[in-house]
Design a protein around this ligand. Structure first.
Ligand SMILES: Cc1ncc(COP(=O)(O)O)c(C=O)c1O
Length: 392
């Protein structure tokens, strides 16, 4: 019997399958420094956990509205107003989702027809391309090479454009590079999208993790809201990856489609989780906790930069990330594939990392290292990486 052949074109999530392998190695007794995951090492704040427990004890254990509870949609609208200066109607323009990945799925499912072309920068998180393929769209990768600061140049967007292009997918700050463009660039990109009648799907799950000027929200430009689909979640910013809660903010007709897709796939996000998420987004003390996490990532970022300077390694080149919690280390001087570098670092130095090729052709030669790990692990892991590279 035949299967859905579309899946022959979809790769397994390289980061998730790698994590499974590392966990198996650890379970077998190997001592490893795991710098491969995109999961904060911080635990969810206890008061968020209390909010969920109280909600469960109070009876929020039944189905809830498929679009999300009114309380959480209002908290999301208030957050978007407070942090990004954009106004969304919680009744019709916001849907609660099962994390950012589900928001991305709903966004793409709501707008794509089979055969539509989607422009996706390269490198980029593998799901951006995989989801497009799963939904029978064509992912067209737009070069975002290191030399351009991992941001596509405008002639690259233009060159990639086809008559079938339906959408562009953005993810700033970027996984894996931490890059994000200026406000002016994003404004110009919105003009480009308007000119060619494209949707802008903007994955902003790392939006609150930045080390310089706050990244602009893709919807925060004159007229941009009408064509922008915002993806966000509480996973990275509130250390709530396992809770699976996020949101899609988009024009009402997109949300109407997303609602049908949600109703017919997951029914709803657990109401007690939504209660805790609403508390997390609104509580002033929790906003301070997220700001403190950002400071911790900034401290680790500085730690790696200091070590790189001290160790003067010429085999692995380090550029400071501007956002998110990853370094995209440049191993090109070693002239090995990034898969080989990662395999050997795992076997010979006991450090787990993700090959840049997992993110696209323009990630080849680079390796992603997370700083969402303790200062000690980051330092030990980075020292091992440099010592290994020096020997090759
Ligand atoms: C760029 C990007 N978008 C979305 C997600 C999904 O996050 P979640 O579904 O936990 O919100 C991730 C997770 O690693 C990511 O890196």
């Amino acid at each position: 019997m035949n299967l859905n052949q579309q899946f022959d074109l979809v790769r397994q999530s390289p980061t998730v399958s790698l994590s499974d392998r590392i966990n198996a190695l650890k379970a077998g007794g190997r001592s490893l420094v795991g710098l491969q995951v995109g999961d904060p090492d911080f635990n969810t704040h206890p008061s968020i956990i209390d909010a969920a427990l109280r909600a469960m004890q109070g009876g929020l254990t039944h189905y809830g509205p498929a679009i999300g509870t009114k309380e959480l949609r209002q908290a999301i609208a208030a957050k978007l107003q407070r942090d990004e200066g954009v106004t969304y109607d919680p009744a019709s323009e916001i849907m609660v989702t099962h994390g950012g990945i589900h928001a991305y799925y709903l966004a793409m499912q709501s707008i794509l027809n089979p055969g539509d072309d989607v422009l996706i920068p390269d490198p980029s998180w593998a799901t951006h391309e995989n989801m497009t393929t799963m939904l029978r769209g064509n992912a067209i990768r737009v070069p975002a090479p290191a030399e351009a600061g991992f941001i596509p140049q405008f002639d690259s967007w233009l060159k990639a454009l086809t008559p079938q292009t339906k959408a562009i997918v953005l993810n700033y700050p970027s996984n894996p590079t931490g890059a994000y463009p200026t406000r002016e660039y994003l404004g110009r990109l919105q003009d480009f999208a308007k000119e060619y009648n494209l949707w802008v799907v903007s994955d902003e799950v790392y939006g609150s993790l930045y080390y310089g000027k706050r990244p602009a929200c893709a919807a925060a430009f004159e007229g941009a809201k009408e064509r922008t689909l915002l993806i966000n979640s509480l996973s990275k910013s509130y250390a709530m990856t396992g809770w699976r809660v996020g949101f899609l903010a988009a024009p009402a007709r997109v949300i109407a489609n997303a609602l049908k897709a949600g109703q017919n796939s997951i029914t709803c996000v657990a109401p007690f989780i939504q209660k805790a998420a609403a508390f997390a987004l609104a509580d002033p003390e929790i906003q301070q906790v997220t700001a403190d996490m950002r400071l911790a990532y900034a401290r680790r970022r500085d730690l790696v930069l200091r070590l790189a300077h001290e160790l003067e390694c010429e085999k692995v080149l380090v550029t400071p990330p501007h956002g998110a919690f990853y370094f995209f280390l440049d191993f090109r001087p070693l002239k090995m594939t990034s898969a080989e570098v990662c395999e050997r670092l795992l076997e010979e130095a006991g450090v787990a990392l993700v090959p840049g090729s997992a993110f696209g052709e323009y990630g080849e030669g680079f390796v992603r290292m997370t700083i969402a790990a303790s200062d000690e692990e980051v330092e030990a892991g980075f020292r091992k990486i440099v010592a290994w590279a020096e020997k090759h």
